[in-house]
Design a protein. Structure first.
Lengths: 114, 110
């Protein structure tokens, strides 16, 4: 399977703990995106990378959130000192670099904060 | 006010019916993505379009740039079409970030 893969699929943790999610994009895709989706809502943009450069961050991405894509391949999203409001589905997508390219999504990581 | 708005929020149909989901978007959206999301979260890209009409199987997507409106049609609907359908717009000249509508929950009954 050469699609976008995310790990883990589910994460349950206690409030205040740190969590890290991983996304492996489609190998030839330059762009990688992170989104967050809460129940009953459409996804919201968090940040995106072109190769290893983080080009844009949403105001939703507080200083407790950090994303990296160190070698321009896989990416990690870390949430420090998790809060109840962080409970959501975290989606990763990738695309070619050119403008207005279709994005291919992973199955997401569902985070539950106890 | 969201830059991408969908209607209806919920839609129930009988198998075989023709289905239309609408999407209106604001100035600054350069292209539209129609996506399908099944329970459990997986999102599948259906169409990307910035003009005209696209067709794939029983799915048809149209866009009217002047009216800033797009529609997704499903012909001869089937229970396996039951899912959330999401319209998302690419913002601005960079064509990078997507702004999503809230989705339309479609249920097709046998």
């Amino acid at each position: 399977d050469t699609g976008v893969s995310q790990d883990p699929r589910h994460k349950i943790t206690k409030r205040g703990q740190n969590v890290t999610f991983r996304c492996d994009p489609i190998s030839e895709h330059n762009r990688l995106y992170w989104y967050r989706q809460t129940l009953g809502q459409g996804p919201e943009f968090l940040t995106y990378f072109q190769n290893e450069a983080q080009l844009e961050k949403s105001r939703l991405l507080s200083d407790r959130f950090s994303a990296e894509r160190p070698k321009g391949s896989f990416s990690t999203l870390e949430i420090q000192r998790t809060e109840q409001g962080d409970s959501a589905m975290y989606l990763c997508a990738s695309s070619y670099r050119d403008r207005n390219q279709p994005q291919h999504f992973g199955d997401g990581t569902r985070l539950s904060i106890l | 006010k969201n830059e991408v708005e969908q209607s209806p929020q919920n839609l129930t149909a009988q198998e075989g019916e023709f289905i239309t989901i609408n999407c209106s978007y604001s100035v600054g959206i350069s292209a539209l993505h129609w996506l399908q999301q099944h329970p459990g979260g997986g999102i599948v890209s259906l169409f990307m379009l910035s003009s005209g009409k696209k067709k794939h199987g029983r799915l048809i997507a149209t866009i009217n740039i002047q009216e800033k409106h797009s529609s997704l049609h499903i012909t001869a609907s089937h229970p396996r079409d039951s899912a959330v359908y999401i319209c998302a717009g690419y913002e601005g000249t960079s064509g990078s970030r997507l702004t999503f509508g809230e989705g339309t929950q479609l249920t097709v009954n046998p």
